[in-house]
Design a protein around this ligand. Structure first.
Ligand SMILES: [Fe+2]
Length: 284
């Protein structure tokens, strides 16, 4: 007699109409690899996925990330089999990385300087901030979809210069000449303001690295970029995750802005991050 194959189903609940889902499967089910395709499809649909108190050990988080497409090379020489430590505490992370991570307090997309964007990022809460240190996410696909036809026509075909050195002014407005030269040595990237992925979904590419729109007057350029960012990060499109220890959150990095809410940089807050390689360039 043949035994019936058991099939693990993805179980989840939506968080808000335009962003987010809570995945309710057990750790064992997530690590089995059976749900990988469904998880990626749900992330594509909902933008942000929360795995409440799933309590991944580092090797489990790496295994889970790999089952979804593998870790991209990380910063600061970290290799593909390890997690990256997100903290503002210089006792636990290199000072130049902490400097860079200060930008995480402002709306951004990870790795806009990469020609192939990071597909997804994943954080696991290891040490919580006693106050603040939540993470907010904004879905730039659902906000784009809600723009009027006139607004869509106005921004169609525009291209934005993204620069790391521009984003650094958000947290360090008076750099030394050496510091500025170092930031500027990281280069710039030009990306369409509206990108389309392989499924045909359109989204906005904004955030603290979005410096100016090619060919526009600086004032017009800033008004448009900041106006769109303000709309894209308004209430219907935003989910704020208030962390519990052991929570993992993963988000579609092509179609999400994110930022941490302020917290004491010396409080020890620690997130372990993995990232999933991208398969498609920004420019199709
Ligand atoms: Fe980030």
């Amino acid at each position: 007699m043949a035994t019936a194959a058991t099939t693990t189903r993805l179980r989840y609940e939506a968080i808000k109409p335009k962003i987010g889902a809570r995945v309710l499967n057990t750790k064992e089910e997530l690590l089995s690899g059976e749900l990988s395709e469904d998880i990626l499809a749900l992330m594509e649909e909902r933008g942000v996925l929360v795995f409440p108190e799933i309590d991944f050990a580092d090797h489990e988080q790496v295994k889970f990330s790999n089952s979804l497409g593998g870790n991209a090379d990380e910063l600061a020489g970290q290799n593909q089999d390890s997690v990256f430590k997100v903290t503002l505490d210089e006792k636990a992370q290199h000072a130049n990385v902490v400097e860079y991570l200060k930008g995480s307090l402002f709306w951004h997309i990870d790795g806009t300087m990469n020609p192939i964007p990071i597909r997804a990022s994943m954080l696991t809460a290891k040490v919580l901030a006693p106050e603040g240190g939540d993470t907010e996410f904004a879905n730039t696909a659902t906000s784009y979809a809600d723009l009027s036809d006139e607004q869509k026509a106005e921004i169609e075909g525009l291209r934005v210069v993204h620069s790391l050195w521009c984003s650094a002014f958000y947290h360090t407005p008076e750099p030394s000449a050496e510091q500025l030269a170092d930031w500027q040595s990281k280069g710039e990237a030009e990306i369409p303001l509206v990108v389309t992925n392989s499924t045909g979904k359109k989204s906005l590419v904004l955030g603290n690295t979005a410096h100016y729109i090619r060919g526009l007057d600086m004032k017009d350029s800033q008004r448009l970029l900041h106006g769109l960012r303000a709309f894209a990060t308004s209430e219907p499109y935003v989910y704020k995750h208030v962390w519990k220890l052991g929570d993992t959150v993963m988000w579609d990095n092509r179609t999400s802005l994110h930022r941490a809410t302020p917290y004491d940089p010396y409080c020890g807050r620690m997130m372990h991050r993995t990232i999933i390689k991208g398969g498609e360039a920004w420019d199709q």
